[in-house]
Design a binder for this molecule. Structure first.
Ligand code: MLT
Length: 239
């Protein structure tokens, strides 16, 4: 199995996803939050590149919840923001959620050519690695980054997944080795790394520092979302 990493969406545009698995990573905070939503029993999360896409969906489906952010904050007419702490079972169990964020949902949209698309964060790192090992399909770990450029936290999370696969029969690209080196440098204190990152500092400034502790909680959850036919749901099986 070949394991590659798109360190940014600009890099992703140069890579061929056809026939491969893609694993989308937006640690702060989209993929951590979507994973938390699935853990809390959301029926499905429907990613929309634009806020107006979420609003248009609710016109057709009035029971739909709207979640996401712009500038880190909840849009005024949305039910939920982009904090994993908001997505409790009381609020969202059994509900369908249209969801739009600045970078995370765009990364998902960029993976349309992939054979399968999974969502990863530090929280479900081990569960994602297990699925990749079972599938044995060539895989690209896709870092959502920031505004098409790379960032520290998504690169480190890609490296954490690489780290889980090192003992297996996996061929790493240079980009995968770079991601692993970044993770290896920060593995002793993921929370500190997230707090020192550009977006981590923005979240602290917005009063959302408590999200960072949740986002740093390595291997704390067994749930993995799969993006299929426009919706993300939990399907922990070989495909
Ligand atoms: C994004 O998609 O850019 C992020 O999830 C932003 C955020 O932290 O809300």
């Amino acid at each position: 199995m070949n394991l590659d990493v798109a360190l940014s969406l600009a890099e992703l545009a140069k890579l061929n996803l056809a026939g491969r698995s893609a694993v989308v990573i937006d640690v702060l905070r989209a993929t951590t939050t979507i994973t938390a939503a699935l853990v809390s029993g959301a029926a499905a999360v429907i990613p929309c590149a634009r806020l107006k896409g979420c609003r248009a969906m609710r016109m057709i489906e009035p029971n739909l919840l709207l979640g996401g952010e712009r500038g880190g904050r909840r849009p005024a007419d949305f039910n939920l923001g982009n904090s994993p702490r908001e997505y409790t079972a009381e609020r969202i169990a059994g509900r369908r959620i249209a969801f739009s964020t600045t970078n995370g949902t765009r990364a998902l949209a960029g993976c349309h050519d992939a054979k399968t698309v999974w969502l990863a964060a530090f929280t479900n790192r081990a569960a994602v690695a297990e699925i990749l090992l079972r599938n044995k399909r060539d895989t690209i770990l896709v870092c959502a980054g920031k505004l098409r450029l790379s960032n520290l936290e998504d690169t480190a999370c890609a490296g954490a997944i690489v780290d889980s696969l090192l003992a297996a029969d996996v061929t790493l690209t240079d980009r995968a080795r770079v991601a692993w080196s970044v993770y290896d440098q920060h593995r002793g204190d993921i929370t500190a790394m997230l707090r020192e990152s550009d977006h981590g500092r923005t979240l602290v400034d917005l009063g959302l520092g408590a999200d960072i502790d949740l986002c740093a909680n390595l291997d704390s959850c067994p749930t993995v979302g799969r993006y299929l036919d426009g919706e993300i749901a939990t399907i922990n099986k070989i495909v």
